[in-house]
Design a protein around this ligand. Structure first.
Ligand code: CAA
Length: 697
């Protein structure tokens, strides 16, 4: 036996209790402990049944993800599940909290399953780039049928106990202490002479249209392999005897285990959690947060207010006029109506949030009691400074004063107040009640407990909060402007915007940069180009063909025409032929002979530009660790999760190869392609970005 599995006897029943905090992951010690305890139960006189329960907050949250990628250690999980199922004793699982992945597979290896009403089960392995590899793809469909099993396994969703009962995944729901409930159930089963009931001996599920389902899953996964591959394993459950199905599951599991996607997704899993663990905040208590002020009720301010209200915070919103206040209320009301429709809140909560928790005022005095205030007004330094002067006068001592600026200098904003230590940047992404990313921008004088409060707010709002330093665009928008620029260069040199968008969506991005520009509004980039024209370096290449379209009043989706033409009522647009003409004119003016680009070259240049700028951002300390960049791009910029982020992508490609390409591109455009010193240093030292993450942990 091991420390993490204890064995106790209750008359004819042996209780195996797993205690491996925080979530009872199936580490080698747990697997060994369960296997040894099964041996003991079978060897002791008088034992007729085994009950498996979990200690603490969950039954079992799955295989121990920290062991992935390391040499396998016996006993392996599939053998353990088979061993449990093959026991001559009656084996019962009593499940509470979550039973996920290998945790559900252990339960499926048991002969009977009882769960708490609040329990959740699921096979979320596809989100880690793998598939349920301990019989889950073979046993689940024998209980639920193929279609339901494909849905559960390819979405990886958590299934609540009542639905799990309906689907046949569990046999009974009973509230109470899991061990007491499990013992009572086992006793009833013994009393009624219930037979062992191995799922592997149940009939094969009927087939579905496998090829059509596979094609649909590939399309939906935008390049992610695990859902479609997991479906093939369920197909084997339908078509092969159990033992052969298990072999097929293992082959497909190993195929996925060896993919870069598995590495990327597991990097994302751990770093999504690690990103808010800042060594500098250890032992620093955040300030209390109950009520939040929001200045400005436009799309962004209304989204921030909505996110705060939905998280149980009171909101005081400041607007400038009756009309603006009404419009802001309308926007927040619209957002909350959406939450009501999606079942996130009920009607009573919805009404209370609007009538009690929200106050819209035109008077800064209404902010006197708020704990933190977020300014979301027009993106201009003078306007921000005026707002911060008013906040400085109106807010109580200790109130955190935050700006939602997306690129302005937070030091300059802080310096315009008498309390720069209380000033911070909190950069939300639109729509702020939906997007997961929050950049916590730390200025030179920001107090540590103000930083901790920024992270505490992020946690309350369910955001992924990332620490950023002050520079133009912080982490995300600064890197965006560089990879956006290289897309522009490729257009000038011969790749069409449509080919670039297609190549990047094939790579896994939610949208290509030109479709994004249409969505954001082409007038935004146009204004920035005009603003920056006077100070631009003479060697900087900036395409201006799209300005011709803006001059005609076409700003993208909102006007129906941009890079694409949008028809009312239709999703997405069709390529705008005018664009190709405008590009041709500019190429002629500049004397450029267009050339062909392969999709692979487009992706490589785009990614190299992203990685190089990201390495600058880390090298300058704007991002403390490469993982901060990865999480910023994943949660704010539609970067494909299965690549783990640009830094993980670069590690997987090999930093030396990435640097070599950057140097090669630099022969065409030495101003743009200057290799980042940090990238050069890591290559010279034979280290990776992930090495830096580990050193910072
Ligand atoms: N292995 C190792 N560590 C795990 C883990 C696992 N399966 N699941 C969670 N943890 C760790 C987390 O990394 C976190 O560690 P830190 O505190 O050091 O950051 C800690 O447990 C708590 O996790 P959360 O912060 O996520 O806590 P939560 O309450 O918000 O969520 C959870 C709990 C729902 C279990 C969530 O952690 C989760 O979804 N875990 C992953 C579950 C999963 O994917 N299981 C399948 C594993 S693959 C498998 O089983 C393969 C197979 O068939 C062979």
């Amino acid at each position: 036996m091991t420390d993490v599995v204890t064995y106790t006897r209750h008359d004819e029943i042996a209780v195996l209790r797993i205690a491996n905090p925080p979530v009872n992951a199936l580490s080698q010690a747990v697997r060994q402990g369960l296997s040894d305890a099964m041996d003991r139960a079978e060897s002791e006189d008088g034992v007729k049944a085994v009950l498996i329960v979990g200690d603490g907050r969950a039954f079992i949250a799955g295989a121990d993800i920290k062991e992935f990628g390391k040499p396998p250690m016996e006993p392996n999980l599939p053998d353990l599940c088979t061993r449990i199922e093959a026991s001559p004793l009656l084996v019962v699982a009593s499940m509470h909290g979550v039973s996920l992945g290998g945790g559900l597979e252990v339960a499926l290896g048991c002969h009977y399953r009882v769960a708490q009403p609040s329990a959740r089960v699921g096979l979320p392995e596809v989100h880690l780039g793998i598939l349920p590899g301990a019989g889950g793809t073979q046993r689940l469909p024998r209980l639920t049928g193929a279609e339901k099993a494909v849905e559960a396994i390819t979405t990886g969703r958590h299934i609540k106990a009542p639905e799990a009962l309906e689907l046949g995944i569990i046999d009974k729901i009973e509230e109470g202490d899991p061990e007491t409930v499990g013992l009572a159930y086992a006793r009833d089963l013994l009393a009624s002479n219930a037979a062992r009931r191995p799922v592997s001996e149940m009939p094969n599920p009927q087939g579905i249209d496998w090829d059509a389902t596979h094609a649909a899953l590939l399309k939906k996964g935008r390049g992610q392999l695990s859902p479609a591959t997991a479906m093939r394993a369920v197909q084997a459950a339908s078509e092969l005897p159990f033992d052969e199905g298990i072999k097929r599951e293992r082959e497909l599991f190993m195929d996925l285990m060896n993919t870069d996607q598995r590495k990327g997704l597991i990097h994302a899993f751990f770093n999504e959690r690690a990103v808010s663990n800042l060594p500098e905040l250890k032992g620093v208590a955040p300030r209390a947060l109950q009520s939040i002020g929001v200045i400005g009720g436009g799309t962004m301010g209304a989204g921030i207010a909505t996110a705060c209200l939905l998280s149980g915070l009171n909101v005081v919103m400041i607007e400038m006029s009756d009309d603006a206040a009404e419009a802001a209320k309308g926007r927040i009301g619209g957002n909350l109506a959406g939450a009501l429709k999606r079942g996130k809140i009920n009607q009573e909560k919805h009404d209370n949030l609007l009538s009690i928790a929200l106050e819209v005022s035109q008077n800064y005095d209404s902010l006197k009691d708020v704990d933190l205030v977020i300014e979301a007004v027009f993106e201009e330094m003078d306007v921000k400074k005026q707002v911060f002067a008013k906040l400085d006068a109106a807010c109580k001592p200790g109130c955190v004063l935050a700006s939602n600026t997306s690129y302005l200098d937070v030091n300059e904003i802080a310096a315009s107040t008498t309390r720069p230590a209380d000033v911070i940047g909190l950069h939300f992404f639109s729509p702020a009640h939906v997007m997961k990313l929050l950049e916590v921008v730390v200025a030179d004088q920001t107090a540590p407990d103000v930083v901790a409060t920024g992270f505490a707010l992020g946690k309350m709002l369910g955001k992924v909060a990332v620490r950023a330093g002050v520079c133009d665009g912080f982490i995300g928008n600064r890197i965006l402007s560089t990879y956006r620029a290289v897309a522009g260069h490729m257009v000038l040199d011969g790749a069409s915007p449509f080919q670039i968008d297609d190549a990047l969506t094939d790579f896994g991005f939610a949208m290509g940069p030109f479709a994004v520009a249409d969505l954001a509004g082409l007038d935004i980039g146009w204004a920035t180009r005009k603003r920056k024209a006077a100070t631009r370096h003479p060697d900087e290449r900036v395409p201006t063909y799209i300005d011709r379209l803006c001059e005609q009043g076409h700003y993208g989706q909102k006007t129906g025409e941009g890079y694409y033409i949008y028809e009312k009522g239709k999703r997405g647009g069709t390529p705008n032929p005018k664009i190709l003409e405008l590009i041709k004119d500019e190429q002629q003016t500049l004397g450029i002979t267009p050339r062909d680009f392969s999709d692979a070259e487009i992706v490589r240049r785009y990614m190299c530009a992203m990685v190089n700028e990201a390495a600058e951002v880390v090298g300058e300390g704007i991002a403390r660790r490469p993982l901060d960049v990865d999480m910023t791009l994943l949660f704010g910029y539609g970067f494909p999760r299965y690549w783990g982020g640009p830094m993980k992508w670069a590690d997987i490609q090999g930093l030396d190869a990435v640097l070599a390409d950057i140097e090669r591109y630099g022969q065409e455009d030495a101003w743009f392609w200057q290799p980042a010193p940090l990238l050069k240093q890591l290559v010279a030292e034979g280290r990776t970005f992930d090495d830096l993450n580990k050193e910072a942990a």
